[in-house]
Write a protein that binds this ligand. Sequence first.
Ligand SMILES: *Cc1c(COP(=O)(O)O)cnc(C)c1O
Length: 424
Amino acid sequence: SRRWPGDTERLARMSLIKEGTDQQVRMAYLAIVASYSVNGVAKLHTSLLQKGLFRDFYEMWPDKFNNKTNGVTPRRWIASCNPGLADLITATIGDGWLTHLDRLENLAPYADDSDFRQRWWQIKRNAKQCLIDFQKQQHDIELSLDALFDVQVKRIHEYKRQLLNVLHVIHLYDRIKRGDTENWTNRNVFIGGKAAPGYYIAKKTIKLINNVADVINNDPDVGDRLKLVFLKNYQVSAMEIICPGTDLSEQISTAGKEASGTGNMKFMMNGALTIGTLDGANIEIRDEVGPENFFLFGMTVDQLEAYRQHYDPLTVINEDPDLARVFELLDGGHFNRFEPGIFDGLIASLKSKQDPWMSIADFRSYVDTQKRVEAAYRDTEHWVRMSILNTAHSGKFSTDRTITEYNQDIWKLIPINMSDSHSG
Ligand SMILES: *Cc1c(COP(=O)(O)O)cnc(C)c1O
């Protein structure tokens, strides 16, 4: 009230207690008041907090707010989980990279070296074979090593849009059934993740993925062209096998909803290409690797905000024959022959004008971009080049960089020199 005299509305907005019949403590506001420093975990997230949720507090204490883009540790997510790749990197650029990850940049020129590309690709294929073997313990589905390994592993949540991925898989299945398979790229789609126990729609999403997988994997018309695997019990030890064996990393959240993501970074370090929206750390990944080595699709935060006002998914479905056929299959119970009605709620949520996650809005752009992915994958030399460049430009996403920034801007501790201290 001293800073903005008479601005009672602002006072009410910023109160730590939400007044009314049902009083509530605003925990996030309480945390801001009590904290020395407040940070978002990616540039977009920090900016959305400053402009949105915490706007009033940002206006009062701009210096309290800062960005610290997340990272992952290259000790676990390259050296330990992908020793073959780590050895090739060390043989090529020396051994300082593991603690100075920006030195991976020195790999970039080797993207033009066909011997190096061949060694790189062989390591990727070995890791893909390990992922096939891992999957065999769960399902015993026959998977081709030559197919594109397309992976979405993360907690099951509506904003992460596993359903958009499933719509694309059903679309590919529909193309195969219609004989529309010219210039086809074989694809193994892996989806994995846990649902919170009480999150009904997330549990239903897992059920849908498994039912669609049953139909596709047992249809002799489909063969090696398409396989869908739900990876059970997704956990860190599983990700250590999954990310080295991935060609395509699915980072397809509704723009503005994924604070950062860290799975996206693990995949990039291991030479996967990303198909993703302008969300969380995807934006910074694309900035680092260059737009030509990243498959961008979908609406931006601002476009979604404007479109939301007149979003009409039923019209979009009717005007897109591919999407209409996908919904004919879903509505007709093609994936739940003996379980009538079980997916009605899921289907209705996608068709709702109020759907906050707006999967239908991004379907056409997603499918078209997946077509570009397929063409790129058929040009193996070019694909491997892009794979190498993804690893080469992933240095920013080391936790060492994140922690150094925390220290410089927030903790202000004096680092100890390890080479002095451990000799005693
Ligand atoms: C990295 C990781 C995550 C985070 O994945 P996002 O795609 O960033 O949501 C979740 N679970 C496990 C087991 C992980 O290894």
